[in-house]
Design a protein around this ligand. Sequence first.
Ligand SMILES: [Zn+2]
Length: 82
Amino acid sequence: GYAVPPPTSQPNYSSTYTIIQQPATTTSVVVVGGCPACRVGVLEDTFTCLGVLCAIVFFPIGILFCLALRQRRCPNCGAAFG
Ligand SMILES: [Zn+2]
């Protein structure tokens, strides 16, 4: 007998799927006023209750305390920064 070569019936389709992976746009540039925690939200100046209370009680000097005690809060993740 003689060896029968194995049937090479495999399709020769070059099925090359080019999976396009879009790189995550991790912008390392810190946006001015942006939240450093989530980098999505924009920090907003909010007056703390203590600051507002000082502004009322120690008016008008309390206004300075109110301005000094304000903190920057992120509306997205809720992180507050002094
Ligand atoms: Zn945030």
